[in-house]
Write a new protein. Structure first.
Length: 191
């Protein structure tokens, strides 16, 4: 996959996202459905497409420390230590998020976030200058698809744009999920 192909797909996805649309895209783990994490209407479209209750929060992807600090101003040092030592994609659930759509925040005032370096996601967020919603490309309660060809037609028909990269790639495992409270309690949700 060339830099030009990635840049073309970043441009196309960005145009859809900036207008409140939702995209289907390859993440560093599985195929995801995403939108601008600050746009509550776009977030609502994803909940409706997935037939998912808004009480079940989704995660956001970020591409650098500055973006993390903008959303989690008071994140504990242990969160940064876990990010530094993780050798596989790791989602952290942290307290008191800000500067994101309210319907992304869980009832206990937490939000899951993951720093990514995967080129498409990284460059898209660089262009957006905002976090990107990421939720698996499936109807709520159904298995997470392992490849593009396993994605339900309802999802394919329901998004505003399908990123044309990695359609033949088999998904990696979903990320590890670790919850870290401001009280420094650490709980592994998914190893």
């Amino acid at each position: 996959m060339s830099t030009q192909e990635i840049n073309t797909e970043v441009h196309n996805a960005f145009e859809v996202i900036k207008n409140g649309g939702i995209i289907l895209y390859p993440t560093d783990t599985v195929w995801g459905i995403g939108c601008d994490a600050t746009n509550a209407e776009a977030v609502k479209k994803i909940y409706e497409l997935k037939q998912r209750e808004e009480s079940k929060s989704m995660i956001v992807l970020m591409n650098d420390d500055r973006m993390m600090y903008k959303v989690f101003k008071d994140s504990p040092d242990v969160a940064w230590e876990i990010i530094e030592v993780s050798d596989k994609p790791t989602t952290l659930i942290l307290d008191n998020p800000q500067n994101v759509a309210p319907n992304l925040i869980a009832k206990d005032n937490t939000l899951g976030a993951r720093l990514v370096t995967e080129p498409f996601c990284y460059k898209l967020m660089e262009r957006m200058k905002k976090p990107l919603v990421s939720t698996s490309a499936n109807i709520s309660g159904m298995p997470t698809p392992n490849s593009f060809k396993e994605i339900d037609h309802h999802i394919l028909d329901g998004v505003d744009y399908i990123v044309n990269l990695h359609h033949n790639k088999i998904a990696a495992k979903p990320s590890t999920i670790i919850k870290i409270g401001n009280d420094l309690q650490v709980k592994v949700i998914r190893p």
